[in-house]
Design a protein around this ligand. Structure first.
Ligand SMILES: Cc1cc2nc3c(=O)[nH]c(=O)nc-3n(C[C@H](O)[C@H](O)[C@H](O)COP(=O)(O)OP(=O)(O)OC[C@H]3O[C@@H](n4cnc5c(N)ncnc54)[C@H](O)[C@@H]3O)c2cc1C
Length: 469
């Protein structure tokens, strides 16, 4: 039996690793691009160093999973970093999560009192009754009270995804974790050193995330083939099975015949998959996919500056609507040895229907990013080089009611008995790197063990990862 894995992001790479660990047979992985790692790849910047597509933290509350991923590299190759985040608002820096004192300092005492009353009322209301919010806005107003939501979470939602009244509650439930009152008090009084709702420290592989994907490739070389620059162009299905995979490589077309015992697992974007299957699916599905699977474009501006470090934080979140980016980070605070000299600053800019920034050219984006840094008070550095990496349709936007359409799409794809679609783009699941790997490992175990339970049961297990910023 051969498993064909489509896409070399964390989900696809974990399928490869999992099959190898479980003696799950041979595999062939097809990846459109020249690198392993998908959105979590590490790339070279000639003469300057290497960097991730926005440095990624390795973190999960699932210790077993973290342990499994850590075995991919020798323990001396793992760095442990304190996660220090802040929020830039109204010309001030607040710690993330914001302390009550910092909120009072930035917004003034009367506004702060309104936030406390709103928050307390919301927490009390949640103890006495249950609510059933449908939207991002309803959910966070119920959980945090309107005053806190309006100043902190609404602006960031507007910048990242658009009008929060049109965003599904699944987005706020997955992305915004609210601490319990006990946690708030414990952290304030410095009695609590760990957290059930955010990463206080994280792991990072020396040399970047790309080290993980190279390690998997080396480890499973005898059981698998990794075909880079092989973009899947068509999937041919008949009688409920995938029979052929067509691909393009170096300008030529190729075709793989999928044997009667073979399996295909895709991590490719769901809308693309519906098109690749063409006439094998009901006609309306590609259109439905375009409606349900909405993705914003992420534009990454990398600035090489001449100082060793611009800021101390791992990430600074920037809800301020006047500044072009929503988040900044530096590769050196993850692994200083990846930058030869100076610092590589990553400015993340979201482009979507309400903010069509993808239309700006690279020079315009870089100039806007430099201005944003200056407005935040970062000056005194010399810009040595700049580059823009565009990630079109990479950032999930859950619009209200998307889940019914998504269920229809997934159900239609589930009818192919030798095919499953998984991962962030593949199942339109808003997940982090380790979650994607967990899904990949879960799939490999399920297949290697002879599919002990219906796939839908395994999918349900992996459907509700919280994102811990
Ligand atoms: C800026 C940024 C910062 C992030 N930070 C973090 C972080 O700090 N921590 C964290 O845990 N997560 C982070 N993430 C999220 C993380 O990158 C994703 O969760 C993860 O990469 C999803 O893995 P995946 O395999 O499901 O999908 P992807 O990584 O999207 O992989 C899909 C693969 O399919 C390939 N493909 C597409 N079309 C075809 C085709 N036709 N033929 C063949 N191959 C194809 C793509 O090239 C890609 O390699 C971040 C993401 C971004 C963009």
């Amino acid at each position: 039996m051969t498993t064909y894995i489509l896409g070399a992001g964390p989900a696809g790479m974990a399928v490869a690793d999992g099959l190898n660990d479980a003696n799950g047979g041979d595999f062939v992985l097809l990846e459109k691009g020249p690198h392993l790692g998908g959105l979590a790849k590490t790339v070279t910047w000639n003469g300057i160093g290497t960097h991730d597509l926005g440095p990624h933290k390795i973190f999960s509350l699932d210790k077993e999973l973290v342990g499994r991923v850590e075995t991919l590299l020798p323990s001396i190759d793992w760095l442990t970093r304190d996660k220090i985040s802040s929020i830039y608002m109204n010309g001030h820096y607040l710690p993330y999560p914001p302390s009550p004192f910092s909120l009072a300092g930035v917004f003034g005492v009367p506004a702060f009192i309104r936030m406390v009353i709103g928050y307390g009322t919301a927490r009390l209301a949640s103890l006495v009754g249950s609510s059933n919010p449908n939207t991002f806005e309803e959910d966070l107003t119920n959980r945090l009270g309107a005053p806190l939501y309006e100043v902190l979470f609404k602006p960031i939602a507007m910048k990242l995804w658009g009008d929060p009244r049109e965003l599904d509650v699944k987005l706020s439930r997955g992305r915004v974790q609210t601490p319990s009152l006990i946690e708030v008090l414990g952290r304030l009084l410095k009695l609590k050193k760990n957290s059930d709702f955010e990463a206080l420290t994280f792991r990072y592989p020396k040399g970047g995330l790309g080290r993980l994907w190279s390690a998997i490739e080396v480890k499973s070389r005898t059981t698998g083939k990794f075909l880079l620059e092989h973009g899947v162009t068509r999937l041919v299905a008949d009688k409920g099975r995938i029979h052929e995979i067509h691909y393009q490589s170096a300008g030529t077309q190729g075709r793989i015949e999928v044997g009667p015992n073979d399996y295909v697992v895709s991590t490719l974007p769901l809308s693309l998959t519906t098109r690749l299957l063409g006439a094998s699916l009901p006609k309306h599905l590609p259109e439905l996919a375009d409606k349900v699977v909405t993705l914003n474009d992420l534009l990454l501006v990398f600035l090489h500056v001449d100082c060793a470090s611009l800021f101390d934080e791992s990430w600074v979140f920037v809800p301020d609507p006047n500044i072009v980016f929503h988040r900044i980070s530096e590769q050196e605070s993850f692994d200083p040895e990846m930058t030869r000299k100076g610092s590589i600053v990553c400015c993340e800019i979201m482009s979507g229907p309400g903010r069509p920034l993808a239309e700006m050219d690279d020079d315009g984006l870089c100039a806007a990013a430099v201005k944003g840094l200056a407005d935040m008070g970062y000056s005194g550095f010399r810009l040595l080089d700049q580059r823009v990496i565009r990630l079109p349709k990479s950032y999930p936007v859950f619009r209200t009611g998307f889940e019914a359409g998504l269920a229809e799409l997934i159900q239609a794809l589930d009818q192919f008995e030798n095919f499953r679609t998984i991962g962030r783009q593949g199942a339109f699941n808003y997940i982090g790197t380790l979650d994607a790997m967990d899904i990949g490992y879960g799939f490999a175990d399920w297949l290697s063990k002879g599919k002990p339970q219906p796939w839908q049961q395994e999918r349900e297990r992996t459907n509700h990862y919280p994102v811990l910023d």
